[in-house]
Design a binder for this molecule. Sequence first.
Ligand code: PLP
Length: 450
Amino acid sequence: MNTLTATARNDLAALIHPNTNLAQHQEIGPLVITAGDGVQVFDEQGNAYIEAMSGLWSVALGFSEQRLVDAAVEQLRQLPYYHSFSHKTNAPAAALAAKLAELAPGDLNHVFFTNSGSEANDSVVKMVWYVNNALGKPAKKKFISRQQAYHGATVACASLSGIPSMHRDFDLPAIPVHHLTCPNFYRFGRPGETEEAFSARLADELEHYILDEGPETIAAFIGEPVMAAGGVIPPPQGYWAAIQAVCRRYDILVVIDEIITGFGRLGTMFGAELYGIQPDIMVLSKQLTSSYQPLAAVLVSDAIHDVLLSQSQRLGAFAHGLTCTGHPVATAVALENIRIIEERDLVGQVQRLAPEFQRRLREFADHPLVGDVRGIGLVGAIELVANKATGQPFAQPGTLGGYVFRQAHKHGLIIRAIYDTIAFCPPLICTQADIEAIFSAFERTLVDAT
Ligand code: PLP
């Protein structure tokens, strides 16, 4: 008897899932999510799940914020679409650009909108190349990134990302990029080395790479304030100051990918504030609209914008843009989303909740399967290992993680397994009771795995 619902049947027949083992999906079948309420979502059978990942690290305001719905509906009635090519504009896009410029650190005063984080980082690559050509530095084109970094899925962004499965058989990287050591102290810190010494070693590695390649060939360093999709890796002490100093020494742009960390996740509006980073370019998405609408933003410094202006004097149009760049509905939702984050002081709320969240997370450190526990603000991870004493990973990476991920569903919990690292990133509106519910459900899940 075929007990699959129509949605499940259609899914299995026709839908190609992103970042999913497609063969395994045909065996396991889809989890059909039909509704949301606060920090919870519900499946077709009415089962409730606490969404401990905010969807994909993004639904800051939870799954039922009526004000975001109203903002979208109102804008759909007023003006459902207009583009911003050739001098056209619309009120929400212009207002959001001004608001982001006001919120952003330093002189990141100019904003380019895209529909996704990947398109935003792709735009960064194009802008950086365009700017260096304008400055008479045509050889200055290489990007430096990190092993395990995640910057998106397009040809350029998957190239920037340092996750081997994103390159294998896709013929990537396809742009000039080099991935340096992942700043994961647990994995790559040496015996007896302090975090500061590890940061200094990473800065040295960066400097040597730049000198070996020639600074005149290196355009930009791109990094996440806290690496997220690569396994939730807060930077070691002193990391950003050391990296930034090297970049400045060799005229290398600092691009900060705040697609996950932006809008309060770490307990500051942006990760740049927390780590004292003065980026030349900053990229935002996800919590920008709580993902109620697809939207991302590239913020550039006055200096970069000046070059874009001078290029237009020389070449004419800035020949880059998307049909939905500055979409009025998406930008209206973002404005309302930011208004709510400010009105409810959700950045302060993260500061208030983070100690309990991090304390509860670290309680798992003694578990025999747990090698490392790490996190900051309202994001964290528990790394499961084959050998707790040595930190040795499992021979078949991701098998236990995948089991834990699926088993958590049975306990009403949605988490993420990054191979065998389990990530937690609850909505910013969560309460202390939600945090307790997340970790007690995870405790029950781990019992199944032991
Ligand atoms: N950069 C970072 C740090 C991300 O976490 C992501 C998505 O997870 C992206 C870029 C890509 O964004 P999108 O999936 O919207 O293309």
